[in-house]
Design a binder for this molecule. Structure first.
Ligand SMILES: Cc1cc2nc3c(=O)[nH]c(=O)nc-3n(C[C@H](O)[C@H](O)[C@H](O)COP(=O)(O)OP(=O)(O)OC[C@H]3O[C@@H](n4cnc5c(N)ncnc54)[C@H](O)[C@@H]3O)c2cc1C
Length: 350
């Protein structure tokens, strides 16, 4: 079992920054996220959009902010369990917690910080009657490991950025890529549409539009899909079917953890430390609610900071905490060359 101090559920900006604040207090963190990459909404919904309200950055790309947060926490060596959904939290008799994921991974920690944002992003699934029986048997809703598709025949369905970007990328990996979309026009970036058309001309992508996948065939694994195009249906042999119709957020398992929920969010004590109704379980970032709550990245950063202080105080009862500025103490708090300056600042605070 993985051992840590704080188990963080959610690798969005709030969860990532919590690792930094915990690291300053010498608390170790392990992060679990249902998505295959860190960054939460920033990575999944708007990686290329500029953000204008991060203090100190007149403008920063969402993807760049995630990269910077990852760089900032690297020094504290957090553990990551990605592409797994936290399903249960079990409080132990000694007040510690075990979080178990849908793949059976277990993490044992002294506190839990739920930074679950809008909840788990769940794939929008096409309405094909027998699709559930082929999930992970040729039907994939995420591309977690592109190597899985090396030298295979794949069919991607969808008209947005994910469908276009993965068709382009996998054209160099798979033996055969077919992109199916129900309209002739795509919703994704114009540049990506141009690349797909270019790859079609080079014979590297088969483009089938306007068309829909209406059935799946195969003995225990996908062997073919049934395509409907302009009133006619035909079978298309394939090893994998990857519908990329976007993701919709759902609170998911969080709703079953005995936490007080209001308006689809977890109620917390904002006067103190963002703790929930269960001692030792905190909720920070978009996932929580309290009077005056704002769902903004910088609010999540603030909440993460106070949560870490609270965990530190609980784990170190009676120990006087002295606030140190990172400019003075450095991030490891042992920057001997600056000891005198540190003393001066601590004195100034006192
Ligand atoms: C288009 C758009 C533009 C925006 N622009 C701005 C802006 O300019 N400025 C600003 O401040 N904010 C902006 N926001 C809001 C901002 O993105 C959110 O406030 C921020 O992402 C919240 O961060 P978070 O870490 O709390 O949650 P999220 O970013 O939502 O991350 C939560 C993570 O938790 C994971 N998760 C949930 N449940 C589980 C579970 N059971 N197991 C495992 N993982 C789980 C999810 O997969 C997700 O990765 C924008 C939002 C959108 C959609």
């Amino acid at each position: 079992m993985i051992q840590t101090d704080i188990i963080i559920i959610g690798a969005g900006p709030t969860g990532l920054f919590a690792v930094f604040e915990a690291g300053l207090l010498k608390l170790r963190c392990h992060i679990i996220d249902a998505l295959p990459q860190p960054g939460g909404q920033l990575a999944e919904l708007y990686p290329k959009k500029p953000i204008f309200d991060i203090p100190g950055y007149p403008s920063v790309g969402a993807g760049e902010l995630v990269d910077n947060l990852m760089e900032q926490i690297k020094q504290f060596e957090p553990g990551f369990t990605l592409a797994e959904q936290a399903m249960t939290i079990d409080k132990q008799e000694d007040g510690t917690f075990i979080v178990t994921t849908n793949k059976g991974t277990q993490v044992h920690g002294k506190a839990v910080a739920i930074a679950g944002g809008l909840g788990s992003f769940e794939p929008r699934k096409p309405l094909i009657e027998n699709i559930a029986s082929y999930e992970e048997k040729g039907v994939e809703y995420f591309v977690k490991n592109p190597e899985q598709f090396r030298d295979k025949k794949i069919v991607i369905a969808g008209g947005g950025d994910s469908a276009l970007d993965w068709s382009i990328f996998l054209a160099e990996v798979a033996a055969e890529v077919t992109l199916i979309h129900r309209r002739n026009e795509f919703r994704g970036a114009l540049d990506s549409v141009d690349k797909v058309i270019e790859l079609k001309k080079q014979g590297k992508i088969n483009l089938v539009t306007p068309a829909e996948v209406v059935g799946i065939k195969g003995d225990g694994h996908v062997e073919a899909i049934v395509v409907e195009k302009e009133g006619e249906t035909f079978d298309l042999a394939t090893d994998y079917f990857i519908p990329l119709f976007g993701l919709s957020p759902k609170l998911g398992p969080i709703a079953n953890w005995g936490l007080e929920i209001e308006k689809n969010a977890i109620k917390v004590d904002n006067a103190l430390d963002y703790q929930t109704n269960i001692e030792g379980i905190y909720a920070i970032g978009d996932v929580n609610t309290y009077p005056g709550k704002l769902k903004l990245i910088l609010c999540g950063f603030h909440e993460a900071t106070l949560m870490c202080q609270s965990v530190y105080n609980k784990l170190n009862p009676g120990k006087k905490f002295v606030l140190k500025y990172t400019t003075v103490s450095g991030v490891d708090g042992f920057d001997g060359t600056r000891k005198e300056a540190e003393k001066a600042v601590v004195k100034a605070i006192d």
